[in-house]
Write a protein that binds this ligand. Structure first.
Ligand SMILES: Cc1cc2nc3c(=O)[nH]c(=O)nc-3n(C[C@H](O)[C@H](O)[C@H](O)COP(=O)(O)OP(=O)(O)OC[C@H]3O[C@@H](n4cnc5c(N)ncnc54)[C@H](O)[C@@H]3O)c2cc1C
Length: 391
């Protein structure tokens, strides 16, 4: 039976980029996905590559800046491996402020971004209109952020998977990792349900196969906590986000736009996607009237021309969250078991740095300081029950 250097459970952008990096370091890699790869959060994302601190949380800012720095080289590597364009556009972003305290809100946001070491500049509405004629001239204050890029996450994930395939990664769709296999306290592989369903009377019976590897990485997005034996280190959960896709219309924005209630991300072909909602624990991927109403309102407020754009798609995806909303990346205290999940709202941004530093950890056993805040051990310690003492 073949024994792999590394098995990765999950073929979203995190599993795909890690598989590519590991294969570049001459690891034999098997990537398993319970469905077609690249059909979960990485399919649903907007595709803003935005290292500026989030309005709520700044715990990933340094890591986000590092990943942003790594992006051009990552894109060049996957494009060289495949001959396909990954569609990365570094063109900055505009934040718009409409409320009565707009100028104060802009100044607070500007300081927050500059404190993180990134460039932000207050600009007049007329200057903003010069840079992006699609914006609403009734904005009361505007901020320009230069370190931002956009891409199409469906394209990026597909090209990354193709790049991984081209350099020797084995990819199996419809192969669900059910549990870890551990031998003498060491992770020795996985038990995976294969796609064939044998019929036994009226019952569908799935057959499971043990696949051996020296290392296993759980990169299964919001479902990571369902894999038997990994829950303690990967207490993932889902946060639904709804999205709208607008077809081409004259006067649509070509720059990322953001306001307090939503954002717009352009696509190469003139479409624009708008997001989003934050709905913890909702697993239904059908968009709702309430969610879409919020997105439409913010989209038209930022870029009035979108009021006449055809709506070509609406969808929802499930972001992989963690209890402290930070990623979970690194080794566990089971030898050979690694976790890469919980990238929440920033998995597209964080993929190059996650892949590079986790691959170095797995192959060279070098632990980057960039990964220190994200150790899976922070949850395991809390979950371990104290051993009852015998009276
Ligand atoms: C609406 C929305 C907008 C977003 N916008 C952005 C954005 O603009 N910028 C940004 O940086 N991020 C964004 N994100 C976040 C980003 O999409 C995620 O953080 C990222 O896609 C996570 O990638 P992943 O590979 O960890 O998970 P996923 O893409 O969910 O992939 C996990 C994979 O694991 C597979 N899997 C699950 N269980 C198993 C199992 N037991 N065995 C085998 N395979 C399994 C799944 O089928 C799936 O293919 C957005 C997310 C959403 C939902």
């Amino acid at each position: 039976m073949k024994r792999y250097d590394t098995i990765i459970a999950g073929g979203g952008i995190i599993g795909a980029s890690l598989a590519f990096e590991l294969a570049r370091m001459h690891h034999s890699v098997l990537l398993l996905d319970r469905q077609e790869p690249a059909r979960e959060a990485s399919w649903a994302a907007a595709g803003t590559i935005s290292p500026a601190p989030d309005r709520e949380s700044s715990g990933i800012t340094a890591f986000g800046c590092e990943s942003f720095r790594l992006y051009p080289a990552f894109i060049s590597a996957i494009e060289a491996a495949t001959g396909e364009a990954a569609g990365f556009h570094a063109g900055g972003a505009i934040e718009l402020f409409f409320d009565s305290d707009a100028e104060a809100a802009r100044d607070r946001r500007c300081s927050q971004i500059r404190e993180a070491g990134l460039d932000a500049e207050s600009i007049s509405v007329s200057e903003a209109l010069r840079r992006e004629p699609a914006i609403n001239p009734s904005a009361r204050a505007v901020l320009w952020i230069s370190d931002e890029a956009y891409l199409d996450p469906r394209v990026l994930t597909r090209v990354t998977l193709n790049a991984a395939l081209r350099i020797g990664v084995e990819i199996r769709a419809n192969a669900e990792v059910i549990s870890l296999v551990t031998t003498n306290g060491r992770c020795d592989g996985v038990l995976a349900a294969n796609a064939q369903t044998a019929r036994a009377g009226d019952l569908g019976v799935r057959t499971a196969e043990k696949i051996e590897a020296n290392n296993v990485v759980i990169a299964s997005g919001w479902r990571s906590n369902e894999i038997g034996g990994a829950e303690m280190w990967a207490p993932s959960s889902a946060v639904r986000g709804q999205m709208v896709g607008f077809g081409r219309v004259a006067g649509a924005p070509k720059t990322i736009l953001r306001c307090e209630h939503g954002y717009l991300a352009p696509r190469e072909d003139g479409r624009v996607v708008a997001g989003s909602t934050l709905e913890p624990g909702v697993l239904d991927k059908r968009p709702t009237a309430r969610g879409l109403r919020k997105i439409f309102a913010a989209a038209v407020e930022m870029a009035p021309a979108l009021a006449d754009a055809p709506v070509v798609e609406t969808w929802a995806g499930l972001r992989p969250d963690s209890p402290d909303h930070l990623p979970i990346i690194g080794s566990t205290d089971i030898q050979g078991l690694f976790i890469a999940t919980g990238h929440y709202r920033n998995g597209m941004l964080l993929a190059p740095a996650t892949a590079k530093y986790l691959a170095e950890w797995i192959v060279d056993e070098t632990v980057s300081k960039h990964l220190e805040p994200f150790s899976p051990l922070r949850f395991a310690a809390a979950q371990r029950k104290p051993i009852a003492s015998e009276e």
